[in-house]
Design a protein around this ligand. Structure first.
Ligand code: DC
Length: 222
C-alpha cells in the first residue's frame, strides 16, 4: 500500500450520468474531481477553432500538450476565456470522440490527468480512468444506462439549454459515439472485470451516488 491519495474511477458511456454522480460523490467526500472528458473536449474545441484536421494525430497532440486550461469554481477557462458552455455543444462532443482516438493525444493528456490526484482524494470520470490513468484506484465503477434513457436525459439537458434537437438524432449520435469510443484500439470504453457495474437505467442520481459512497465505505475506508 502506497501513501497515494485514494481515487474513485468512474467510467462509462456518454450521457450515463457519470459526470453528475462523480461530482456529487466528490463533494460528499470532500475530494477533488476530474472531468477527463472536458480535456478531450477542450482539445476538440481548439482543433475546430484552428481548423486542425481531425485525422492529424500529431497536430492534435501538440494542441493537447499546450492546453492553457484553468478549472475553478465549476467553470473552465481556456487561455483565459470561459468555455464551460461551449465545450458541451454536441459538435464538440463528437469532435472530442474523434480526437480521443489518437494515441498521441491520449499520451499528451496522461500526466495532466494524473496531477489531479491530490490529498484527500480524487473522483475521476471518463472512459479509461480505471484502466489506464489510475489503474491503482481502490474503487472502480462502470456506470451505464440503456441508450434510450441516456438519450432522453441528454435531450432534456439540451432542451433546457435552448438547444432544439430531434430525439431520433440524439439516439443516433449516442450510438455512433458509443461505437467509436468502444471500438478504438487504444483505451476503449469497456467494462473491465475489476470495475463494479452500476446500471442507472432505473436509478435516480441520488441512488447512484449512495451506491458509490456505500461501496467506498465498504471496500476502501471500511
Ligand atoms: O465524457 P464526455 O462525453 O465529456 O467525453 C467526450 C469524449 O471524450 C468521449 O466521446 C470520448 C472522449 N473521452 C475519452 O476518450 N477518454 C476519457 N477518459 C474521457 C473522454
Amino acid at each position: 500500500m502506497t501513501g497515494e491519495p485514494p481515487v474513485i474511477a468512474i467510467d462509462g458511456p456518454s450521457a450515463s450520468g457519470k459526470g453528475t454522480v462523480a461530482e456529487r460523490v466528490a463533494a460528499a467526500l470532500g475530494f477533488h474531481y476530474l472531468d477527463s472528458g472536458a480535456l478531450y473536449r477542450l482539445v476538440a474545441l481548439e482543433a475546430l477553432a484552428s481548423g486542425t484536421a481531425m485525422d492529424d494525430g500529431d497536430a492534435l497532440s501538440r494542441l493537447a500538450s499546450g492546453l492553457d486550461v484553468a478549472f475553478a469554481g465549476g467553470r473552465i477557462r481556456l487561455a483565459g476565456v470561459d468555455v464551460t458552455d461551449a465545450i458541451r455543444e454536441e459538435a464538440v462532443g463528437t469532435a472530442a470522440s474523434r480526437v480521443a482516438a489518437h494515441p498521441p493525444v491520449r499520451r499528451a493528456l496522461l500526466e495532466r490527468q494524473r496531477r489531479f490526484c491530490e490529498t484527500p482524494g480524487l473522483v475521476a470520470d471518463g472512459r479509461d480512468m480505471g484502466s489506464i490513468v489510475f489503474p491503482q484506484a481502490p474503487l472502480k465503477v462502470f456506470l451505464t444506462a440503456e441508450v434510450g434513457i441516456r438519450a432522453e436525459r441528454r435531450h432534456k439537458q439540451l432542451m433546457e439549454k435552448g438547444m432544439y434537437v430531434k430525439m431520433a438524432d440524439v439516439v443516433e449520435e449516442l450510438r455512433q459515439r458509443d461505437a467509436r469510443d468502444s471500438a478504438r484500439p487504444v483505451a476503449p470504453l469497456k467494462h473491465y472485470p475489476d470495475a463494479l457495474f452500476l446500471d442507472t437505467t432505473h436509478l435516480t442520481i441520488a441512488d447512484a451516488v449512495d451506491r458509490v459512497l456505500g461501496w467506498y465505505r465498504e471496500r476502501v475506508r471500511g
